[in-house]
Design a protein around this ligand. Sequence first.
Ligand SMILES: [Zn+2]
Length: 480
Amino acid sequence: MKIHLLRAFTSGLLLLVFISCGNSGQKNRDSGISRIVSLNEESGTPLILERQDQDCTSKDALNFIGEQTVEVYLGGAKENYVSKNIDHSILRGLPSLNSPAIWKTTWGAYYREKNGIGGHSFTITRPEKNLIFCKTKQTYSLQSIESAGLSATIGIDQAHQLHLSASSNKLSKVHLSILPYYQEIVTERSEKQSDVLISSSRIYTDNAFYHHGQKGIYYLPQSVEAIADRNPMPFWKMPFVGAHEYGHHILKSYAHPHHSVIDKLLMEQKGCFKSPINSSKKAISLTNFNLETNNYITSVALKAFHEGFADLVAHYAFGSTGGPKMDAIGCMNKTRNANSRYFNDSKEKYLSEHELDIYFGVTESGRTRGCETNYSDSHHIGAIIAYGVNQLFSTQTSDYKEKAKLLFKWAAELRPLVSSNPNYTKENASTYFTYLAINKALKVMGISAVDSINNPKECKVLKNVFPFMTSASSNYSLCQ
Ligand SMILES: [Zn+2]
């Protein structure tokens, strides 16, 4: 095997990928030639593993498409295609390459996004390649891109199935991008000298996200540090992640299918499972409200609903099997569990004006460390929304499919809300969208604000989880 090391790999860690492809004894074009590319950038030190496409022979063909088991070998012992930390009972469905949810699976793309002065642009600077699987029976290393691609489809397919079973709406297919090199270049004016422009570059690793503009699910490469730590587990090995990302696709399709301004604003965050390191929330200018401000406020609020909604999709998609384990990512097993009343740091999940003001940047938030709940993080506000909305739905049904029906109806109700750009004022900026959106959740349950007083169960949820609702509206304030 000829290994081509394109650049010196300075961290001292060397991860070899060996992919055996086609073992028929015939001479294959390019067979066995693999190369490893490591890019040691100053930021994020991403590791990108590449493999040349191989021309496999069809001997030992095994109906690969659709009903293929993938064997991986880890430390010499045969394993299933996902890691030990996953509850295998939830993985009955095998990943299929002709997934009904995915129109193409690619790997190794170089994406470059530019933001700031000069506007916004998204380009593919190096062509992505289709992820090709040999038609012969293969063994894919746990580290292989193939294994990553196959594992990633499990959660996506599961969420797609949930949607099929609970709604007659058709969704467009997504693009699944495995291990893209995602670079963002931000150009802004220097704070000290306004005539000086500063460009900073950032490479995203160790996360997964949904790209609203591209309708794509991106599984970012692991950084060298993450691989060395074996923590967190690669995101493609956690079915919760794929189901969550597909949840974003569902909500986008229902609530803002053709809203490029909102799409772009939502894309300021590229990571569904950790707060971006340098996340700085712009404080909302409360002096001059204009359309831009309105869209911004809507997008900030919607971001939290997106995270909550996507968590609920993942939660319902895996149903009564106990749900996907989130322990593999630190601080998430309670926080991102829609059934859990508490965050990982034991804080109770509820939203009053106080938490919303922190989220919207109206009130300064204290520093949070480690696993502490962070109300300026859309995932944490989203976790409260997921918990509360699930509690509301639970007053009517305990069946996940029935809850999913309510969930998708709710998503459709959010569309006019997003496009109408609610009439924000200085006073209601941080609560208004959230108030209207929770109202829509009650609406799909057949409850209007006026008769909320007659619904003690719903009232209880509003008082316990969404107390800002009871102070924002006289109808809800009558809740006993
Ligand atoms: Zn997300």
